[in-house]
Each structure stands twice: as structure tokens, then as C-alpha cells.
Design a protein around this ligand. Structure first.
Ligand code: HEM
Length: 192
């Protein structure tokens, strides 16, 4: 469920390359599905389960974990869990307490009120990269041990793709790839 949502979610952010309006229109249609109370409730349950079960696996393997890929898998999972906790809380808070439409501008606002861009650029970059790295680690274990090159590709290709996609999304939110004019009510959340 998280994988399907993440696929559409990343595609949604890439749609901003066609302009902010394209991103907002993509989200309007996607919300017709994931904002259905049953679907959203299930998605949020899956996110909570993923964070808790991943956190448990991370802690359980602390002493026993050896080698580069096991640690990459654990570190990317921990990054993703921490991100999901902050990210989903922020989105729900923005929607309910701040009564904002949590669209492209909600995600981009921090980039346009200095010095918050120094937090948001690595925050979003590492989140998307962690997602692709974590999937790459799962793919790595799925390839038999004796197929060395295929195994390395199963990990390396998602990481390379994730790096490129993260960079494009962050540059787009920062308004470096297309014009972005964040409305004042979104910027106000970062002002004293
Ligand atoms: C650059 C990276 C990202 C940005 C800018 C971003 C932005 C957003 C925004 C604006 C929303 C609100 C959507 C709405 O109101 O309809 C949202 C929701 C959400 N995002 Fe992200 N996101 C990013 C990456 C991720 C990743 C990697 C995940 C992990 C799978 C994720 C999981 C979620 C979840 C679970 C929700 C809540 C959906 C809901 O219940 O409405 N996001 N995100």
C-alpha cells in the first residue's frame, strides 16, 4: 500500500516539472482515491506499522548487524521512518490546525523563506533517496548470492535513480526549474 502510494506521490512531485498547476491538478485527481477515509485510514495505519516494525527491526539487529548492505538497509529505513513521522505529522497538522490546503505550496514554502531552505533541501533529498535505497536493498537480497553483478545492479540502479529524482524534486520545490510564487499564507507559517 505504501509502495503504490509512494509511486504516485513521487510521480505527483515530478509532475511539477510541467508547472505548479500540473502538480496541483495531478494531486486533485489522486486525492479522489487516497483521501477516501477508508483508503487514507489504511494508508496511515500502514505507515504507523512500517515505522514501528522497522524501528523494532533496527533496534533488534543493532549488535548483530554486519556488512555494508545490512547497515545501508538499516540506515535508509531509519531515515525513512524518522521522515515519515515528521512528514505525516506536518501534513496532518497543516491540514487540521493551520487549515491549509497541503498542496505543492505547502511543501515548497520552506524553500522560499530563508534560512529554512537549508533544512528542507537535505530533508526532502534524503527522504526520497532513502526510499529508493531501501527498495534497492530489498532488491539486492532478492537476487541470488552467486549473481554478483546483477546483485550490485539491483542496488546501484535504484540508488542512482533515487539521487536523480531527489535532486529534480528539490530543485523544482526551490523554484530552480520553473517559476514558483508561494502564496503569503504558506510563507506566514515560517514567519514570527
Ligand atoms: C520531496 C519529497 C516529498 C514531498 C515534497 C512531499 C509532500 C507531501 C505533501 C504536500 C503531502 C500532502 C498531500 C495532500 O494533501 O494530498 C504529502 C502527504 C504524504 N506523504 Fe509526502 N512528500 C514527499 C515524500 C514522501 C515520501 C518519500 C513518502 C513515503 C512514502 C511520503 C509519504 C506521505 C504520506 C503517507 C502522506 C499522507 C497522505 C495523506 O494521508 O493525505 N512522502 N506529502
Amino acid at each position: 500500500m505504501i509502495a503504490v502510494f509512494a509511486l504516485f506521490h513521487i510521480a505527483n512531485h515530478l509532475a511539477s516539472l510541467g508547472g505548479v498547476e500540473t502538480h496541483i491538478e495531478f494531486m486533485r485527481v489522486a486525492r479522489l482515491i487516497y483521501r477516501q477515509p477508508v483508503v487514507e485510514g489504511l494508508l496511515l495505519f500502514c505507515v504507523a506499522f512500517q515505522v514501528l516494525s522497522g524501528g523494532w527491526l533496527f533496534l533488534r539487529g543493532l549488535r548483530a548487524r554486519r556488512g555494508f548492505v545490512p547497515w545501508l538497509q538499516a540506515a535508509s529505513g531509519a531515515c525513512l521512518a524518522l521522515f515519515l513521522l515528521i512528514h505525516v505529522s506536518a501534513v496532518l497538522f497543516g491540514r487540521t490546525a493551520l487549515e491549509l490546503d497541503t498542496n505543492f505550496y505547502f511543501a515548497a514554502a520552506g524553500f522560499h523563506v530563508p534560512p529554512n531552505q537549508f533544512f528542507f533541501a537535505p530533508y526532502y533529498f534524503l527522504a526520497v533517496l532513502a526510499l529508493f535505497t531501501h527498495v534497492g536493498c530489498a532488491a539486492y537480497w532478492g537476487v541470488p548470492e552467486d549473481s554478483g553483478t546483477t546483485r550490485r545492479l539491483a542496488l546501484g540502479v535504484p540508488i542512482a535513480l533515487g539521487t536523480a529524482i531527489s535532486l529534480v524534486i528539490v530543485l523544482s520545490l526551490a523554484g530552480r526549474l520553473q517559476p514558483v510564487e508561494v502564496p503569503a499564507e504558506y510563507k506566514a507559517t515560517y514567519l514570527p
